[in-house]
Design a protein around this ligand. Structure first.
Ligand SMILES: Nc1ncnc2c1ncn2[C@@H]1O[C@H](COP(=O)(O)OP(=O)(O)OP(=O)(O)O)[C@@H](O)[C@H]1O
Ligand SMILES: [Mg+2]
Length: 258
């Protein structure tokens, strides 16, 4: 997953966002249209969405409104039918599939709605995966004077998972709430610039959700990451710098205003 592209294209890891470009938005979406197949209706038609570096942004909308689809596009898991998605100065639609994998490994920490943990690996093996795939993440940890293993243990402790859970057995033996924490640790390890979370609090009760979100937010702030957080739970919106109501910016009917 992305190893070849990373080796062949070091620019994907290092040059996508130069020093002089820090004022540029970390995410710039322009004239985006997307549908899952040519026979399906458009899910997304977004004229413009910009997210600034360091911002903590809350994207909300009802079930089926396209939140997960948008995150998949921002992470380069799927590509738009038309329009631009510029992340850290790179238009990710212009990259090949392996290049997008390498770009994601290096720059984006992704917490999926369904966790997407690797079931035959332990919790700590899941968390260490991005460091195996990305030189940039290993380098960020080396620069901070730590190792992937040490950082995994620190994250687990900060996310209130005790180490007994880390080493033994399949990650699928953990509770849903514990698996969400593992998924968050996997996203955060190696300080990716952009942290994308899809309903990571859905398995938690209201108090636990707020506490967990505070932990994610603090970790993102400590590593300088921009946080894009999706939920249909409006009560969490106050914990963010800005809220985007997806139905207000998304006009999918004929997409791109046609
Ligand atoms: N992999 C897929 N293939 C085909 N259609 C899909 C796929 N994923 C989502 N869709 C469709 O796209 C639309 C938006 O779905 P999406 O998962 O983005 O919504 P959501 O806002 O994340 O909803 P929820 O709050 O329930 O997670 C839905 O009509 C859904 O059926
Ligand atoms: Mg969703």
């Amino acid at each position: 997953m992305g190893l070849t592209a990373e080796r062949d294209n070091p620019r994907l890891e290092s040059e996508s966002y130069g020093e002089g470009e820090k004022a540029l938005p970390i995410v710039a979406v322009q004239d985006l249209s997307f549908r899952w197949s040519v026979r399906a209706p458009y899910v997304l038609g977004i004229g413009e969405l910009s997210i600034q570096r360091g911002e903590r942004i809350f994207i909300e909308g009802p079930s089926g409104s396209g939140k997960t689809t948008l995150l998949n596009l921002l992470a380069g898991v799927v590509t738009p039918d038309s329009g631009h998605i510029v992340i850290l100065g790179t238009d990710i639609a212009s990259l090949s599939g392996p290049e997008r994998d390498a770009f994601r490994s290096a720059h984006i920490g992704l917490v999926f709605q369904m966790f997407n943990l690797i079931p035959y690996l332990s919790a700590i093996e899941n968390v260490l995966l991005p460091c195996r795939f990305s030189h940039a993440r290993r380098a960020a940890l080396a620069e901070a004077g730590t190792t992937p293993q040490e950082e995994a243990h620190r994250l687990f402790s900060h996310l209130q998972l005790d180490s007994e859970h880390l080493l033994r057995g399949s990650v699928t033996r953990l509770s849903a709430g514990q698996q969400q924490r593992v998924a968050v640790a996997r996203a955060l390890i190696g300080k990716p610039e952009l942290m994308i979370c899809d309903e990571p609090t859905s398995a938690l009760d209201a108090d636990a959700a707020r506490a967990f979100l505070q932990l994610i937010s603090a970790e993102a702030a400590a590593s300088g990451a921009t946080l894009v957080f999706v939920s249909h739970d409006r009560s969490l919106a106050g914990m963010f710098d800005r809220t985007v109501e997806l139905p207000k910016i998304n006009h999918p009917a004929g997409a791109l205003g046609s």
